[in-house]
Design a protein around this ligand. Sequence first.
Ligand code: ZN
Length: 79
Amino acid sequence: MPERYRCAACGNVTRFDVTATRRTRAFHHYTIGGDLTVEDTEVLEERVESVSCRWCGSARAVEALVEGDDAAPAGEAPA
Ligand SMILES: [Zn+2]
């Protein structure tokens, strides 16, 4: 499940600029001519450094939505 965010300043829940560092492993598939197709990218590690609101530009007001929050899609029963 990808992390979801909400901007407390303007109410935006759909547009964010996310700066992150990722460590990935992928299958690099070359043709004999040297053209590259990257396949099966697997994220081994991901560190989100900052999230800013695309609407109002605020970085401080953006908060992560907790799973089970009212805004999250239903489907999973509480433990
Ligand atoms: Zn905002």
